[in-house]
Design a protein around this ligand. Structure first.
Ligand SMILES: [Zn+2]
Length: 380
């Protein structure tokens, strides 16, 4: 019997806590990381040469809509995550309390990758989203007691609460919905994630209701609730929110990530805490494609590689309170991605169709989830 199930030899291993690399072999046995050290014996059922490659925790996509119908079409987690190095994806509010049991049985439990949920504060979730009916009735579907019960019964999967703040999506219900989410969050001890895009409401009263560990997604939107003022300066309320521990997530999507907003924030030293895709059918064929493509955009805007990788490993793991998934350490689940950093000339596009030309591109070579190889580049 070989000593290990899988060994990844000679890669640059990411220390996601300190945002640094070190050279080591990583060995996997029975679904867990069993050793990390230089010069381990190549005594494994499967040996991979990771020389010159980056070995990172399995990527965690903090904002997705997978395995749930959104705008009439569904894309499945297992069709997109493995080839992207993604071993955990968080559904951002597709399901509310009325439909969460369906989502758990039909999406979460059937996927090879890990799916988590931020449950929508409105029990209908995203059913009928972007219709006049939704805007008019969003708040009528808020059932705090039922949402608290659903969270309590599904803690393994439900890691937070999602609220839409955009006036065009939830109209007059936005702030009352956030206040309801605050009460449910306080009762259950899970964080809130707010979707920002169009005002009303303005951003400051939204931020006022957020606490340490809560998340603002679509933080580099170019719409009315953006985090910078007309002159491109970060709002004082945004800096104060970060100061007290509110986290800022990309959530690229079809309309929520502009290089112009990113540049303004990065120039003031404001880096996103987590980088995520907001993946669904309308953006998977561009401009989003997948999580590495989204990471590449920030990388080529000048964010350091180690920090970029931290935003898709440690940071989202902290957001969902599963630090064991965001750190490569002995005893942690063997959720691992092997990435190649390619050099060349590459073009990237944002939601405003602006093109960014860059010199570096992360590309996924191998993905392990719970010790199982779920993707290998070039393999059938
Ligand atoms: Zn979304």
């Amino acid at each position: 019997m070989p000593k290990y199930d899988v060994i990844l030899r000679g890669g640059r291993v990411l220390d996601s806590v300190n945002a640094a690399f070190y050279e080591a072999d990583v060995a996997v046995k029975d679904g867990f990381i069993c050793e990390i050290a230089a010069g381990l014996p190549a005594d494994a059922s499967q040996v991979f040469d990771a020389c010159g490659k980056l070995v990172t925790p399995g990527l965690i996509d903090m904002h997705t809509h997978l395995g749930f119908e959104l705008h009439t079409k569904t894309i499945q987690a297992d069709d997109y995550c493995p080839a992207a190095g993604v071993t955990s994806a968080v559904d951002m509010g597709s399901a509310g309390a009325y439909i969460f049991p369906w989502y758990r049985e039909q999406a979460i439990k059937k996927a090879a990758v890990r799916l988590f949920s931020f449950i929508n504060i409105a029990s209908l979730g995203t059913i009928a989203i972007h219709t006049p009916y939704y805007v008019k009735n969003y708040g009528k579907y808020i059932d705090e007691a039922d949402t608290i019960r659903t969270i309590a019964e599904n803690r393994e999967y439900i890691r937070g609460i999602k609220v839409f703040m955009a006036g065009t999506m939830t109209g007059k219900w936005a702030l009352p919905a956030l206040r309801a989410a605050r009460r449910v969050a306080d009762a259950t001890g899970v964080p809130i994630a707010v979707h920002i895009s169009d005002s009303p409401p303005a951003l400051p009263p939204i931020l006022e209701l957020l606490q340490k560990g809560d998340i603002v997604t679509h933080c580099f939107t170019a719409h009315g609730q953006k985090i910078v003022d007309a002159s491109g300066k970060l709002l004082p309320e945004v800096l104060a929110a970060r100061q007290r521990g509110v986290r800022f997530d990309i959530g690229h999507g079809a309309g929520s990530f502009a290089f112009s907003s990113a540049r303004a924030a990065l120039a003031q030293g404001f880096l996103p805490d987590s980088i995520s895709t907001d993946l669904y059918y309308a953006n998977v064929d561009g401009p989003v494609y997948d999580l590495p493509t989204t990471l590449n955009k920030l990388l080529n805007l000048g964010m350091p590689l180690e920090r970029v990788l931290q935003t898709a490993t440690l940071a989202p793991a902290q957001n969902i309170r599963r630090p064991d998934l965001g750190v490569l350490a002995v005893g942690n689940p063997a959720d691992i991605a092997v990435l190649e950093l390619q050099e060349g000339t590459f073009a990237f596009t944002d939601v405003a169709k602006e093109t960014l030309t860059g010199k570096q591109k992360l590309c996924c070579d191998l993905t392990l989830c719970q010790g199982n190889i779920i993707y290998q580049r070039g393999a059938l």
